[in-house]
Design a protein around this ligand. Sequence first.
Ligand SMILES: NC(=O)c1ccc[n+]([C@@H]2O[C@H](COP(=O)([O-])OP(=O)(O)OC[C@H]3O[C@@H](n4cnc5c(N)ncnc54)[C@H](O)[C@@H]3O)[C@@H](O)[C@H]2O)c1
Length: 230
Amino acid sequence: MRFHELQAVVTGGASGIGAATVALLRAEGARVLVLDRTAETACDVTDEDAVAHALSALHRIDVLVTCAGAALRKSVHEQDGAGWDHVFAVNVKGAFLAAKHALPKMPAGAAIVHVASVVAVTGFRQRAAYTASKGAMVALTRNMALDYAGQGIRVNCVCPGFVRTPFIQPILDDEARAARLAALHPLGRLGTPEDVAKSIAFLTSADAAWITGHALSVDGGLAAGHAMEI
Ligand SMILES: NC(=O)c1ccc[n+]([C@@H]2O[C@H](COP(=O)([O-])OP(=O)(O)OC[C@H]3O[C@@H](n4cnc5c(N)ncnc54)[C@H](O)[C@@H]3O)[C@@H](O)[C@H]2O)c1
């Protein structure tokens, strides 16, 4: 019970990686508030008033996980500005706003994990706004780790490979595309939401008490390179 009587907040916690994280934190004793468009506490993480209101009920926050995410399949020349802004608003501004309104309630020993992506380090074709926004989340992680280390608050991020969630449903619906994507991962399979949730729980727990400013690859080896024999 690593999170016994601790209070956690998970954005994007209604589905996929976020939902698996909520389940794991609850199983280990945490009370968890979910901020998601689809949850009971309907909250758009791009709306500062909504985020501030949702967190106002909490007096103390020990764990924050920013998992709400958006992606578009576009290269730069075909990407319109509104779509670009939307991806950055959900991924980067959403993480910033949740952290901004959680931090005043976070005691020494508290921890934040931003959910970035392997594409922050490797790039991925036709995902210009998404890869750029995830790179920004890794940079934000390092900046926040430095700013809040003095208060004993740790800030890390995870960089997942491709995970079986509704986020990549069009690929999962096409067996050939899903198999090609799985084969890119040296461990030979797509991730499960639980694979990533376990890494998030580790980074937010006291087991990671001396880890801050780190971007942890949780990607079946994808960021390590190609595993095929040449
Ligand atoms: N699935 C993957 O392959 C993969 C890989 C790397 C990183 N990620 C990242 O993991 C995170 C979670 O994605 P997932 O795969 O679990 O997808 P998902 O679609 O299952 O969950 C995403 C959740 O974010 C919520 N959300 C989206 N916009 C929101 C907003 N404006 N306000 C509040 N909530 C909002 C959705 O309602 C949904 O519940 C995302 O940040 C995504 O970029 C996913």
